[in-house]
Design a protein around this ligand. Structure first.
Ligand code: BMA
Length: 311
């Protein structure tokens, strides 16, 4: 079995600044020799639900995952009615000239997907919230068009679905034909369903996938019936990513270390950011809803292992 190799805790709360009590679930993107990271940041106490509201903070790392800077103010904070209870779980994609940020907008009742864009991680524009009447999260677009279209992966529990659209505005228009057709054909548009005991309750994608000649490498999370969160890996067809080419039957990372087992929510590893450095795949993940860890694997080894588990 192939497992991710833990490297270190890269970011944790210090009692001060953005995310003074919890810094977790990081989206990442590489720009040259810099890694931009956005993370879920909480200043409140999880035992007092009315103070437990997330914002999204920014940090910069070098290519070894060493922290260079944490911004003093959050990049995204609740301002829309759909996110009064928090902006959570950011994923970042460089797409057609700017960074697109996909995050969870939570109003205390329903979690939805919101989109924002930035060029510099200092100024940000909120494009809006995808207004489905159901709980929907764990979403992002692929980093490049697939067969000319924007490929959008999301999770209406307990499965992972994929929608093709022409534009981000079409993605925000849930009343439009693309979304309406998708909702009518949700079963056919489903990419992955829980298949193994360790992911029996629900699965959700993870991090925007990495393009390789063998297909898209997707890292996702699986939740078991005891609410333990683990990380899994799959390979999706390059031209038709609704087709799963391979999927590992076992998790590649699971809560084992103290910082993954104990925190605000126990027994959680929650990958949201991938960075490729040479042949190494870096996986950035939230641990126990408290801190951020880095684990790695050699990309050729992961692909070779995936190929042993073709579907
Ligand atoms: C999910 C999200 C994540 C969190 C996980 C475990 O539903 O809220 O932000 O890490 O639960 O608590």
């Amino acid at each position: 079995m192939l497992k991710l190799e833990r490297q270190k805790v890269v970011l944790q709360p210090t009692g001060q600044g953005v995310g003074s009590r919890a810094r977790f679930n990081p989206g990442t993107v590489r720009e040259g020799n810099t890694i931009h990271m956005l993370f879920r940041a909480v200043n409140g106490d999880i035992s007092q639900k009315d103070t437990y509201i997330s914002e999204i903070g920014y940090a910069r790392l070098d290519l070894s995952g060493n922290l260079q800077q944490v911004a003093e103010t959050p990049l995204l904070s609740p301002s829309l009615p759909q996110e009064v209870r928090g902006c959570e779980d950011p994923r970042i994609v460089w797409f057609e000239g700017r960074y697109c940020i996909f995050y969870t907008a939570y109003d205390g009742v329903t979690a939805r997907v919101a989109i924002a864009t930035t060029r510099d991680f200092a100024h940000v524009e909120k494009l809006g919230v995808i207004g489905l009447p159901v709980w929907d999260k764990d979403a992002f677009i692929f980093p490049e068009r697939v067969a000319g279209k924007i490929a959008y992966l999301h999770r209406i529990e307990p499965n992972i679905q994929l929608l093709f659209v022409e534009s981000l505005s079409e993605l925000l228009d849930t009343g439009g034909p693309a979304w309406q057709g998708h909702l009518r054909n949700l079963a056919a548009d489903t990419v992955m369903r829980p298949a193994f005991t360790w992911e029996a309750k629900k699965i959700g994608a993870g991090a925007p996938p990495i393009a390789t000649p063998d297909g898209w490498v997707l890292i996702y999370h699986g939740v078991d019936q005891n609410l333990v969160y683990r990380a899994g890996a799959a390979l999706l067809d390059r031209e038709n990513p609704r087709r799963v080419l391979a999927r590992l039957p076992y998790p590649i990372l699971e809560p084992e270390e103290a910082f993954e087992r104990e925190g605000d929510v126990p027994n959680v590893v929650f990958p949201e950011g991938l960075v490729v450095v040479g042949e190494t795949l870096q996986v950035y993940y939230g641990a126990a809803d408290k801190v951020i860890g880095l684990a790695t694997v050699e990309l050729p080894e992961l692909i070779a292992e995936l190929k042993k588990h073709r579907i």
